[in-house]
Design a protein. Structure first.
Length: 318
């Protein structure tokens, strides 16, 4: 099979028939062997019934239905696990991503040997204040932190080699950072393609300003995981040693001052009256806690199990 198209969705009943027809037209025009996997992430409208109807008409249309809403990352994870194509395309279900981009994305992966190609919505039809400006700030921070030079991390339209999606773990809300996850896994040839962005035709966006706040928090998480995810003791232990050094130096300074005053006959004061005593005590306590955090991180890392992050209610053609 040449292409697997993975489409997570939430309450997109109106757009699904038009999107499916558009994808089918493009696939047939280029004689692609393909499958389309819709992942219904807990829709409350008739999205699942529409997917069932579409799959009855076209056996290339497949579906996964979650018991409830688990989030886009979990939907992509489920789709990646089922995908059989040599090239995997991800896109949104709201008709803002154009299926006409798929042949060029496919060619960049198969002919130019990119591991991953990310779309860049250079010209957007979103609100400037609500989405465009926060998105630019977010993308700038993501580039500086991750070292992956992409202009649009949030674009849902991406193409991957099969080996990429089978060797990365998408969890939490890390779907924004799949290129970073791919880079950390050793897939270094990451490209970008300017893609057409279209105004939303049906319904309304499921993402608000909170996604950018969550995005920045996830950015910190992925930075930490990429540098210290396999060796948390290196980070916590280093800070623990630093705090211990501060504590011991403060203690020696207190002792030195005490001995100095005794040797020259000055009146001595209680150790607890010296502010350095509390600095030394606090530093040692924090140092101990950091060491414990590092040890616990190492233990958890070595004993963790791959827990189930979502529940699938129904599958179609899979």
């Amino acid at each position: 099979m040449n292409i697997s198209i993975i489409i997570p969705l939430l309450n997109e009943q109106e757009s699904l028939p038009e999107l499916t027809s558009w994808i089918t037209k493009v696939m047939d025009a280029h004689n692609f062997s393909y499958e389309v996997i819709f992942i219904d992430d807990g829709s409350t409208d008739g999205s699942w019934q529409t997917i069932q109807q579409l799959s009855d008409e076209n056996q290339n249309i497949k579906g996964i239905r979650f018991l409830r809403n688990y989030g886009k990352s979990q939907a992509l994870h489920a789709g990646f696990a089922k995908a059989q194509g040599d090239v995997i395309i991800t896109m949104d279900a709201d008709l803002q991503d154009s299926p006409d981009e798929i042949p060029e994305l496919f060619a960049m992966v198969t002919e130019e040997n990119y591991d991953l190609v990310s779309g860049w919505k250079k010209k957007r039809y979103d609100s400037v204040v609500a989405k465009n400006l926060p998105s630019k700030l977010f993308n700038w921070a993501a580039r500086k932190t991750s070292g992956v030079e992409l202009n649009d991390f949030n674009c849902g339209l991406k193409a991957y080699k099969k080996t990429v999606i089978k060797n990365i773990e998408v969890s939490g809300e890390m779907h924004r950072y799949i290129p970073v996850l791919a880079k950390n896994a050793g897939f270094s040839k990451i490209g970008e393609k300017v893609v057409l962005h279209q105004a939303r035709k049906y319904g309304e966006s499921k993402f608000g300003m909170s996604r950018f706040i969550n995005g920045f928090l996830d950015l910190i998480t992925i930075w930490f995981l990429s540098k210290y995810g396999k060796r948390p003791m290196h980070l916590f232990g280093a800070f623990g040693v630093l705090m211990f050094i501060i504590g011991f130096l403060s203690t020696f300074l207190i002792i030195g001052v005490k001995l100095f005053r005794l040797s020259f006959g000055y009146e001595t004061i209680l150790v607890t009256s010296n502010p350095l005593f509390y600095i030394a005590l606090t530093a040692m306590i924090i140092g101990t806690q950091l060491f414990l955090a590092g040890f616990l991180g190492e233990i958890i890392l070595r004993t963790k199990n791959n827990e189930e992050r979502y529940k699938i209610a129904t599958e179609i053609n899979l």
